[in-house]
Design a protein around this ligand. Structure first.
Ligand SMILES: C[S@@+](CC[C@H](N)C(=O)[O-])C[C@H]1O[C@@H](n2cnc3c(N)ncnc32)[C@H](O)[C@@H]1O
Length: 249
């Protein structure tokens, strides 16, 4: 059960993973580790579930037929590994890739790793808090502004982390900060053909769809990535889920 104890309570139980202090101290440690051992790139979330290769397979499937010039935004990029994994087989170009994170340490770590990663010179890493600010497309550079958004927005574990914060939005609505995430991020997606892929271990697939398709986000579900399922207490489930969304036409 991922939600808090109260039956009416729809939020997750807050934890340290929902605080910037947690991520700042993690990336301070990971930067130190990386500088003393460049092969230590820090945590790759959900690697047990083979998540990045499943995302890669989904994005390179014939049904999507995405060109090499596809643009990507990785929200809450951490060490940037998800973007680097998409560069590995040469299907996509780094020039169209942007990773954002609110922790200065993440941005520094990802930039340092980019320097030692083949074909990653063009990948941009920028500091941005996606809750406190939702800048116009120009923030990401002239190409993204001209093209009207990103082709693909990725989130691996970031909506999860934001859902673990007990902060409320500063607009008097009483909403928790994760509830504004869908509308803040979806506006950076190309209105036609853009895909947003979110991977979560805290929400079930049904919950993720419900949270991301709230009014105001303009998103609808378009697909899912399959993970091995287990049965527990008569119910079927998987440890993580990845759901694809597109903007409603
Ligand atoms: C679970 S980690 C996932 C990191 C990376 N996506 C991965 O899969 O390895 C969550 C990331 O979200 C970032 N994050 C949390 N809240 C954020 C916010 N409001 N704006 C931008 N980044 C945020 C954290 O700094 C952290 O890097």
């Amino acid at each position: 059960m991922s939600s808090s104890d109260s039956p009416e309570e729809k939020h997750l139980t807050p934890s340290a993973l929902g605080t910037k202090a947690h991520w700042d101290s993690l990336y301070t440690l990971e930067l130190t580790n990386h500088s003393s051992n460049p092969s230590d790139i820090g945590t790759v979330w959900f690697s047990d579930s083979d998540c990045e290769s499943r995302i890669y397979q989904y994005l390179t499937s014939d049904s999507l037929s995405l060109p090499s010039t596809t643009t990507f935004l990785d929200v809450g990029t951490g060490n940037g590994h998800l973007l680097f994994s998409l560069l590995e087989d040469g299907d996509f170009e780094g020039d169209g890739m942007v990773g954002i994170d609110y922790s200065e340490g993440s941005v520094e770590l990802a930039r340092n790793i980019a320097e030692q990663t083949p074909n990653a010179e063009g990948v941009k890493f920028l500091r941005l808090d996606v809750i406190k600010s939702s800048p116009d497309l120009g923030f990401f550079g002239p190409r993204i502004a001209e093209e009207g958004g990103f082709d693909v927005i990725l989130d691996k574990g970031t909506f999860d982390a934001i859902s673990l914060s007990d902060e409320v939005v500063d607009d008097g609505s009483g909403r928790r900060i994760y509830e504004v995430y869908p509308e803040n991020v979806a506006r950076w997606l190309k209105p036609e053909g853009g895909i947003m892929l979110i991977t979560s271990c805290n929400w079930t697939e049904e919950e993720l769809v419900e949270k991301m398709t709230v009014e105001g986000s303009g998103l609808e579900m378009m697909g899912r990535i399959k993970y091995p399922e287990f049965t527990f207490g008569g119910k079927k489930g998987s440890t993580v889920c990845t759901v694809a969304f597109r903007r409603k036409t």
